[in-house]
Design a protein around this ligand. Structure first.
Ligand code: F58
Length: 842
């Protein structure tokens, strides 16, 4: 047992003085005051909200540590298989509220803080978001950590501790301006592990020789060393003592403070510069969403993080003294997209170069260990690395990649003799100028399972980008795991009143652990009293967002208007341009209406939010247009409340928690076949909003679950996209007349300098309309009219939203994680021992 590890004579003392987590309000307050007065060295007379946040979160942190240590010990002693989720991004958002809710002590904290003179909401809002991600991929990783801990899986997240997360977005004169996000001033949720340090090598060369037994040896020598220092972040499960670990690596110069030789020879500046250069590796998150730029520093980040994580995983495995062949029985590693693909090569290198295994034996272990998740079919997002770049930075890895490719192509040759074209198509090395390593192909070859993130997407990868690999490996290697979201953050935390109402009708908060319980709400879909409360909660959430809009933009919006929201990264494929063109169309329509006609119209607030990659000019132009349309429409006295256009600055996780519960409709309108899944679609529906969307990503499965009467679908289907594009380029391409009117208005200067937006219109008029905005515009406008009509019948509308929520159980990330565990990882939960829940306050 765990206890047996402490020698008998000392055990009693350790047990007697073991840390006991607080449970009562009094004990919580005592901890807060202690942290204010000692840890923070402040007195009660100058304890402001920042200090109160610091002290309260330290109190919770102490509590988490105890459970975290126990969880780690339990896993070590049970010696079970662990899963390691490798992700360059974890978009965690705030931790304090989540910790209070997951531990089940938010009310205790609320009352305690109140007695000390603080409102809990003010304290929660002191926390800086942990924004170590771009968008959906990073947030998915965060939801997965929550689910893995809540379901008691022995799981670790491994990532990078960026000093700067995703930039802060400011809107100046309608333009996006990026401001660095330095978030580490005070972060109580991380623990530096200065004792867990890994040396990471770059550059240098490979020496090949035969040892005294005549074996061929490859030795990677010379080059540079950088240190990876571990920072650990506890991940509390909901309603369980299980507290998992997220380990983030930070880079540091290997030579300690600085190079003393250089220092002594008088070259002080350059010795400091060396140190700076090492620290650059983990300095900044690359802000591109769905675009691969191929920068050397990015490859350095990837190898740095992968090598440190694998060293750690292998070290942990070696402690168990098992045979190498048992590695895949103890370790499952999931590659969150291709960013960590070098891990397959690194493990092979460790096994053959450092541990002396034969190639085949090693490669069997590698492929049994890894699984790969694909998140995109967009060609510009598929990662490739130039061979010369890799040759320089990671010479030994490149050799191993070539060898992997050679054995792989030999096996293809055996299966499809004489098919030279196939060999060229599937080769991990692209024969371009310069040659490129195709990371997705390497990930497929190095894994035993490859999954997409929604049914349509998983089908598409099998029939398009990875078609040949299905022929080579057979269809069973490819599977689907439809994405999910954690109901703890995206319902309970973001929408406490709705959560409470649901709890009151379904016998408590059990639905947060088994989201299918929401089904019980179906019987209230026509219940008058229930519907009234339901509608009141939606209204209150809209009032909250309206306040936020007022304080951040100065614009007054009417909470009774239909709130139409599109928040996500700005990208042409997500088609925010189509949305704003639709808004302009609405504006023109209203302008042309009589007073009588206007009375019948449902007032609407069109809300946008999202960041553009700093180098993505077209996306920035879309933001500019939205803001200029807002400036015009919102100040047009002829329009009044009938239409307002809002761009919310700096969309992030904590803002999403205010925005998501406040939608009447949200927009998920990507060109069919481009959005792998989408996850905000799930969040909006779970919070009682309807959606307008295309037949793309998870929209399709959402429709299947909630029923097609409860969703506004429109537009061309994925299967027709290719032909349409072909027709644009080689046939006649007549644009939608309503869209042309919108373009005329833009070009006339109604929304300011017409020239500023010419790229947007000309992408459609002159450059083939790749994203089919014109093809879908008519159907979009018509469907928006259906939304207007439907909204007028509030009674039916509310019924639709209740039925939808009732049927959203499938989209819990718990379901999703259980599928990964069963189909890909082959890991079992490790439930806490009986009695271990003692001290958990519930
Ligand atoms: C997103 N990808 C997909 N990538 O676009 C979305 O449909 C899906 O729901 C989500 O993953 C989760 O599966 C995404 O967010 C990135 O941001 C990458 C960041 C690193 C560079 C390449 C894009």
């Amino acid at each position: 047992s765990v206890e047996a590890s402490i020698p008998e004579p000392q055990r009693a003392a350790w047990k007697k003085f073991q840390a006991t987590p607080f449970v009562t309000k009094e004990d919580f307050e005592k901890e807060v005051v202690r942290h204010v007065e000692t840890t923070l060295a402040r007195s009660m007379f100058n304890c402001d909200e920042t200090a109160a946040y610091a002290a309260a979160s330290l109190a919770f942190r102490d509590r988490l540590i105890t459970e975290w240590n126990r969880t780690q010990q339990r896993q070590t002693f049970a010696d079970t298989k662990r899963v390691y989720y490798l992700s360059l991004e974890f978009l965690m958002g705030r931790a304090f509220d989540n910790a209070m809710l997951n531990v089940g002590l938010k009310n205790v904290a609320k009352e305690g803080l109140s007695e000390l003179g603080f409102r809990i909401e003010d304290i929660i809002s002191q926390e800086h978001d942990a924004a170590l991600g771009n968008g959906g991929l990073g947030r998915l990783a965060a939801c997965f950590l929550d689910s893995m801990a809540s379901l008691n899986y022995p799981a670790w997240g491994y990532g990078l501790r960026y000093r700067y997360g995703i930039f802060k977005q400011e809107i100046v004169d309608g333009y996006q301006v990026e401001v660095p996000d330095y978030w580490l001033d005070f972060n109580p949720w991380e623990f530096p592990r200065h004792d867990i340090v890994v040396d990471i090598q770059f550059y240098g060369g490979v020496r090949k020789y035969q040892d005294e037994h005549g074996r061929n040896i490859a030795k990677w020598e010379g080059g540079e060393m950088v240190k990876a220092v571990a920072y650990d972040v506890p991940i509390p499960g909901y309603d369980t003592p299980s507290t998992n670990n997220m380990r983030l690596w930070s880079s540091k110069a290997a030579s300690g403070e600085f190079d003393f030789q250089k220092f002594n020879s008088g070259d002080y500046e350059s010795s400091v510069a060396d140190q700076q250069r090492a620290e650059t590796i983990s300095a900044v998150l690359y802000p591109n969403d769905n675009l691969d730029r191929g920068k050397e520093l990015r490859l350095k980040q990837q190898y740095f993080w992968v090598a440190a994580s694998l060293y750690d995983i292998v070290r942990r495995f070696k402690k168990s003294k098992r045979a190498w062949s048992e590695f895949p029985d103890q370790v499952a590693i999931q590659l969150n997209d291709t960013h960590p693909t070098l891990a397959t090569v690194e493990l092979q290198r460790i096994l053959i170069d450092l541990e002396g295994l034969e190639w085949d034996e090693a490669w069997t272990i590698v492929t049994k260990t890894f699984g790969y998740t694909n998140h995109t079919v967009l060609p510009e997002a598929l990662e490739k690395w130039s061979v010369p770049l890799m040759q320089n930075l990671l010479p030994r890895h490149l050799q191993i990649i070539y060898e992997i490719n050679m054995y792989f192509l030999q096996s293809v040759e055996r299966k499809f003799p004489g098919d030279r074209e196939m060999l060229g198509r599937v080769s991990i090395i692209e024969e371009s100028q310069p040659k490129m390593v195709r990371m997705a192909y390497l990930a497929i070859v190095g894994s035993h399972k490859v999954n997409g993130v929604a049914e349509l997407h998983s089908d598409l990868i099998k029939t398009t980008i990875f078609k040949d690999f299905v022929k080579i490996f057979g269809p069973d290697k490819f599977t689907n795991v439809t994405n999910g979201i954690t109901p703890r953050r995206w319902l309970h935390q973001a929408n406490p009143r709705l959560s409470e109402l649901i709890a009151s009708k379904t016998g408590g908060l059990g639905f947060l652990k088994d989201l299918n319980i929401l089904n019980e709400l179906e019987k209230f879909a026509d219940d008058k009293e229930f519907k009234k409360e339901w509608a009141e909660i939606k209204y209150a959430n809209k009032v909250r967002l309206a306040k936020h809009i007022k304080t951040t933009t100065g614009v007054t919006v009417n909470p009774s208007a239909l709130f139409d929201i599109q928040v996500k990264r700005i990208h042409e494929y997500k088609r925010q341009q189509m949305n704003i063109f639709g808004v302009i169309h609405r504006y023109l329509t209203i302008k042309a209406m009589t007073a009588e006609e206007r009375k019948k119209l449902a007032p609407r607030v069109s809300i946008f939010g999202g960041k553009a990659a700093p180098g993505y000019w077209m996306a920035k132009t879309i933001i500019h247009l939205i803001n200029n349309v807002g400036a015009k429409v919102n100040n047009d006295p002829d329009i009044g409340d009938l239409l307002k256009v809002i761009f919310l600055e700096d969309y992030n996780v904590s803002k999403a928690e205010i925005i998501t519960p406040a939608s009447d409709v949200s927009e998920h309108i990507s060109t069919a076949g481009t959005e792998a899944s989408g996850t905000s679609n799930m969040k909006f529906v779970l919070n009682g909003g309807l959606i307008i969307g295309t037949c793309d990503g998870a929209n399709i499965e959402i429709t299947r679950e909630i029923g097609e009467n409860n969703i506004f679908l429109f537009g061309n289907l994925a299967e027709d996209v290719e032909d349409l594009r072909h027709a644009h380029n080689y046939g006649s391409h007549t644009l939608d007349p309503d869209l042309l009117k919108v373009f005329e208005t833009i070009k006339s200067g109604t929304f300011g300098d017409a020239g500023a937006f010419s790229a947007l219109t000309s992408a459609i008029e002159d450059h083939g309309d790749y994203y089919l905005v014109s093809d879908d515009f008519h159907s979009y406008i018509q469907t928006q009219a259906l939304v207007d009509e439907a909204y007028k019948n509030q009674d039916e509308w509310i019924t639709k939203t209740i039925l939808s929520v009732a049927r959203m159980g499938f989209f819990s990330s718990d379901r999703c994680i259980n599928e990964y565990a069963e189909m890909i990882w082959n890991v079992e939960p490790l439930a806490p021992e009986k009695g271990e829940t003692d001290g958990l306050g519930k």
